[in-house]
Design a protein around this ligand. Structure first.
Ligand code: NAP
Length: 401
């Protein structure tokens, strides 16, 4: 049994969560864990993707992290870790705790959770092994669940040797869902979240932004295959980095990146019918590679009522590029070409260049695309005119510099 009971070890609580958003229920649980379980520190660990919430829209990682920092700033024994966010992958608690133990062998680890989580922990990935490498501190959510909890805890202690501390303090009946629903309904949340978090939410318009549009974007996003969703997440990430680097509007870049492939991978009948529905050129019939960006742009403009041409054009021209692209267009174009999973000859050079000189990177990418198309037997006339124009444009620009 690997659990060490040396009294000299620092007792560290790790409180994992989605924290979408963090509320008084979370901080009260952590406070009770400090006091009743004699912890020296509680580390809040926001999940990048909670395994059971994969198909749900959650607020941006950076917003959830910042809200946690604000909510916990009043207690010096609280810290916030971005470790799971930095992994940019599904957050399995076993992996987190295992890595934490490796890096902190002299600390005694308690995973802090609500009672619902404890009842399901054996179903988590490597949940049983998790119970063998860390201890638990559990806050009871309902007044009446003590007996059931104790019985469950007794079984887990017996089966895995886990030290489980069930807190006496009664938890507050608050959930992140309740907070979000109150915001959507325009009701106050003062009794649920810290004033700093409340200010942050309103300042950044979290959970209130044109709900219907947001919902439809999320539906489209989650309607894509997992592979395409991962690609899109990677493109969003690169687009955000480039937007920050080159001083473009990060939100626009992210939104365009998020929507660019909504129609990628749809079957050809659906693509053709949509090409006709939106009245696009016949050249897009039976041509999903070129049609998907145009359809996504039409969808944004006509169905979602987006009136921002920078976003619409960035989506529309993300595959072909075109002469004299805007900065947002270049960002989405190049982010799509270099995201982390892209693996083709020459990608690394384009990747490096994208962070030094975005025009040069676009030119390199277009050059490579044109060469690749020729290699696959596509004649000059069959290559989209916008791609040729874009390449010529960047060459001219380079000469003029
Ligand atoms: P959450 O909704 O943000 O809540 C975080 C924690 O606070 C949960 O343990 C929750 O307990 C507790 N809590 C919420 N409201 C509370 C209140 N009013 N009073 C007392 N406690 C309250 O987080 P989550 O999405 O459930 O995720 C919890 C952690 O479990 C994360 O670290 C996640 O990655 C991990 N997890 C891991 C796996 C896996 O490894 N396979 C699977 C699922 C979850 P309740 O559970 O009682 O709501």
């Amino acid at each position: 049994m690997p659990i060490d009971s040396e009294v000299s070890k620092r007792r560290i609580g790790i409180m994992g969560g989605t924290f979408d958003p963090v509320h008084f229920g979370h901080t009260l649980l952590a406070e009770a864990a400090l006091n009743e379980a004699g912890l020296d520190e509680v580390i809040f660990m926001p999940a990048y993707i909670q395994p059971f919430k994969r198909d749900r829209y959650i607020a941006d990682s950076r917003d959830r992290l910042r809200m946690l920092e604000l909510a916990t700033s009043y207690e010096e024994r609280f810290t916030v870790s971005s470790w799971e966010l930095e992994q940019e992958n599904v957050s399995y608690t076993y992996d987190t705790i295992e890595s934490f133990i490796q890096n902190n062998p002299d600390q005694k680890i308690f995973f802090i959770m609500g009672s619902d989580a404890m009842m399901k922990i054996e179903r988590w990935k490597r949940g049983k092994e998790l119970l063998g490498i860390c201890n638990l501190v559990v806050g009871k959510r309902e007044a009446g669940d003590r007996v059931q909890l104790e019985e469950h805890a007794k079984r887990l202690r017996g089966a895995f040797g886990t030290e489980i501390i069930i807190l006496e303090k009664q938890m507050r009946p608050i959930s992140s869902t309740m907070v979000r629903e109150r915001i959507t309904a325009g009701k106050p949340i003062t009794d649920m979240v810290s004033p700093l978090v409340e200010d942050y939410i309103y300042e950044h318009e979290l959970y209130i932004k044109s709900k219907e549009t947001e919902k439809r974007i999320e539906e489209c996003f989650f309607g894509m295959t997992e592979k395409r969703r991962l690609h899109t997440e990677n493109v969003v990430k690169v687009a955000a980095e480039l937007a920050r680097l080159y001083g473009a509007d990060e939100n626009k870049a992210k939104l365009a990146a998020k929507c660019h492939d909504f129609f990628r991978g749809k079957d050809i009948e659906e693509i053709n019918s949509l090409v006709r529905h939106y009245g696009l050129s016949e050249k897009y019939i039976d041509n999903p590679n070129l049609a998907h960006g145009k359809l996504a742009a039409e969808f944004l403009e006509n169905d979602l009522g987006t009136d921002d041409n920078e976003i619409i054009d960035a989506v529309s021209f993300h595959t072909t590029g075109r002469r004299d692209m805007s900065l947002i267009e270049k960002i989405v174009f190049i982010a799509d070409a270099i995201e982390a999973k892209r693996d083709y000859p020459g990608v690394e050079e384009i990747r490096v260049m994208a962070y030094k000189d975005i025009d040069k990177a676009c030119k390199m990418s277009l050059e490579r695309t044109i060469a690749h198309l020729r290699e696959t037997g596509i004649t000059e006339e069959m290559i989209d005119r916008d791609t040729i124009d874009a390449y010529e444009y960047f060459k001219e620009q380079e000469k003029e510099k």
